[in-house]
Design a protein around this ligand. Sequence first.
Ligand code: PAF
Length: 285
Amino acid sequence: MSSIMRVFKKRDALGEWLRQERSAGKTVGLVPTMGALHDGHLGLVNKARKENDVVVCSIFVNPIQFNNPADLKKYPRTPDSDLALLASAMCDAAFCPDEKEMYPEKETRVYDFGHLDKVMEGRFRHGHFNGVAIVVNKLFSIIQPHRAYFGEKDFQQLQIIKAMARIEGHDIMIVGCPTHREPDGLASSSRNRRLSEAQRREAPRIYQGLQMAAQMCPGHPPNTIKKKIISFINASAELEVEYFEMVRPDTLLPVKACVPCKKAIACIAVHAGSVRLIDNLAINS
Ligand code: PAF
């Protein structure tokens, strides 16, 4: 692995370099990101480094996955420190295209994900997952990695990406990686840096709420757990729950009863002022 990181802005140049690497028998790992990198992203890069000969990290704030223009505008952009972090993590190449490079023409593709994109994030962020699927499909086609790495914090996104890869026939291993957390339990996120001091102090209640749900299940009906967790988090003046759902991990269908031998996952979205945070935890698995 070379110590000098290559930075590509053009897909053709990246594609050409990767063709050479692949024809030398090297495996390629991809870590797709929207920048504003944190330790969670670096964990994905480290895992990709262990499992592949060449690691590419893409940095692209994908406009078509934002249903709220204000959110897109406020999304943190830290290109210089991102590249420095990737170089120090021994990433081989960064792909940093602009919008014209990724979308020379308007995108009209609409995926059918059935139930998967109708619930939770899909209910509150219309078009979000279609935009994610389009950009990840493009990255897969440009980079043709052997493996691609995603954080499990975006659990629903991971299921959507697996479904997209099946639909498109990509022969790529989709690797889900455990959520990286700050010492107080808050899931690492690029959005955390937009929290005020008071919001940041209160935000660990989200993970505490998820842990309470895991403790209550089994033994309590899902609706009782839901009410308890929502009122626990909403008791903070800084936080407001948008949704809390307990679902089956593969189908995202609601859990009707907590049964010890069946896997379930508790998923949550919370507003802290204008910052929207999501998290999840596997329960009774
Ligand atoms: O999880 C993200 O950062 C983005 O949704 C992704 C997968 C890079 C697509 O833009």
